[in-house]
Write a protein that binds this ligand. Structure first.
Ligand code: ZN
Length: 218
């Protein structure tokens, strides 16, 4: 009797190239402010690795430099930069070259901004005026105050403009956070620089330019 052995393949199914390309152009590049050399290396690695179904790509430093038309020192710098932004992980680095795992935009938390279920582009939606969009902000914040993390039971809590309206802050999901009344009032009184805590929170993925992925609008 023949026994079928299941072998674990190192390959994974390749992503949809068209969608991936759009994700890189529309979301990844602006969200992570990629330079042209960053893009050259990222595209090259995706093309050679993930689009071939290889999650971890083995590549010699020289081949990477030739393939991207960059110098080896630039390639090294770019790899470090992309690694720092968590767009790739260098699994191994040796004499022969690298073993690199490249993350796709949809695998990076907060990178791809989804569309609302009604097909609207979230970038243009006024999140302040419509109840369902207001609720989406509270849900994104897990019903906690963005500044002090206090729980916000239903009916309590307000939407706060990170950049105040008086300073031309928009009603975009990027500029709105859930806040308790105390923090909102304190912030409103203080037109000077925000506290260290709120500055730190502003740089969190929720409120920065890549903050849409956890947003769900039904
Ligand atoms: Zn608060």
């Amino acid at each position: 009797m023949k026994i079928k052995h299941s072998r674990r393949s190192p390959k994974s199914s390749p992503p949809n190239a068209m969608r991936l390309w759009a994700d890189i152009e529309d979301h990844l590049t602006p969200a992570f402010a990629l330079s042209s050399s960053d893009r050259a290396v990222y595209f090259y690695l995706v093309r050679r690795g993930r689009l071939q179904g290889q999650r971890v790509l083995r590549i010699a430093a020289r081949a990477l430099a030739i393939g991207t038309r960059l110098s080896r020192s630039t390639v090294r710098l770019v790899l470090r930069r992309l690694g720092g932004k968590r767009l790739l992980r260098i699994r191994k680095r040796s004499y022969q070259g690298y073993q690199i795992e490249v993350m796709l935009p949809r695998e990076i938390p907060g990178c791809v901004v989804p569309r609302a279920h009604d097909g609207k582009n979230l970038e243009t939606v006024d999140f302040f005026q419509t109840p369902k969009y207001r609720r989406a902000i509270f849900t994104r914040e897990r019903r906690r105050c963005f500044y002090c993390l206090r729980r916000l039971p239903r009916g309590l809590g307000v939407l706060d403009h990170v950049v105040p309206r008086v300073r031309f802050g928009r009603n975009s999901y990027r500029n709105l956070v859930a806040s308790c009344v105390d923090c909102n009032t304190r912030k409103g009184r203080r037109s000077t620089a925000p506290s260290a805590n709120s500055t730190a929170r502003k740089s969190s993925p929720r409120a920065n330019s890549a903050g849409g992925a956890s947003l769900s609008v039904n």
